[in-house]
Design a protein around this ligand. Sequence first.
Ligand SMILES: NC(=O)c1ccc[n+]([C@@H]2O[C@H](COP(=O)([O-])OP(=O)(O)OC[C@H]3O[C@@H](n4cnc5c(N)ncnc54)[C@H](OP(=O)(O)O)[C@@H]3O)[C@@H](O)[C@H]2O)c1
Length: 261
Amino acid sequence: MQNALGEIQTIAVFGGTSEIGLAIARRLITPSTRTVVLACRDVDAGARAAADLGRDAGTDPVMEAVTIEVVAFDAADTDSHLQVVAEIADTVGDLDVVVLAFGVLGDQAEFDADPAAAVGAVHVNYTGAVSVGLVVADVLRRQGHGRLVVLSSVAGERVRKANFVYGSSKAGLDGFAQGLGDSLEGSGASVLVVRPGFVHSRMTEGLAAAPFATDPDSVAEVVARGLRQGRRTVWAPGVLRYVFMVLRHLPGAVYRRLPLG
Ligand SMILES: NC(=O)c1ccc[n+]([C@@H]2O[C@H](COP(=O)([O-])OP(=O)(O)OC[C@H]3O[C@@H](n4cnc5c(N)ncnc54)[C@H](OP(=O)(O)O)[C@@H]3O)[C@@H](O)[C@H]2O)c1
């Protein structure tokens, strides 16, 4: 649990090989941090991510003191979530920060041709997050503290035709995360909704960058500041809040003509 200074001792990243999730974990590690859990679909890739995260352990006394655990987690296997979260909590004790960083972008043209693939993506991005989010929230509520960081997206703020399956899953996730945060009011636990724009990561490799494109470390900086300030929502970069304030109110006829891909 957080120590007397409110410093983070345990961090769990669901989607533990996510570039943004790993950047957030790296950014949140302090001399007080004892354990980082990477909950991954591919545990071999998780072990490589753990080795990379802990690569400075030999020279950096802060990393030397951090134990990195890799556990199996499939967002799509919702029946397993209760047990996975319980096992993590049993192993590491109280969870200070839990990051939901899993997600699939997919390709809209493929989804158009294969509705089952679209359902699979929505199941990971939305249903999977609802399932593990509720399980984690219950743990945090019982602890009486802890922050759940949810990787939403500007894609859900106003869904666009170029990726409307992904965008709609993020719109659902965003609404879920906001409501979950409200429901935790007074419990000591809380939710931080993160709305990044285009982030250069594995997910967007080969895609043309959108305006205000950013990188995982910059998103992590925004998240760290948001946690420090007790924010409920952050945008990465922050200017997107104002961009989307305008975009979300544009008449449909105008919005549809914008070159948004
Ligand atoms: N990159 C962007 O432009 C951007 C913008 C806004 C929001 N986001 C959101 O930020 C989050 C992190 O994205 P990223 O940029 O870090 O991309 P990333 O590196 O591709 O990370 C995505 C992660 O999701 C995991 N994942 C996919 N399906 C899973 C499943 N069924 N069970 C467990 N894990 C699963 C992947 O694991 P595998 O390694 O096994 O595939 C990977 O670790 C996602 O929710 C994404 O939607 C990204």
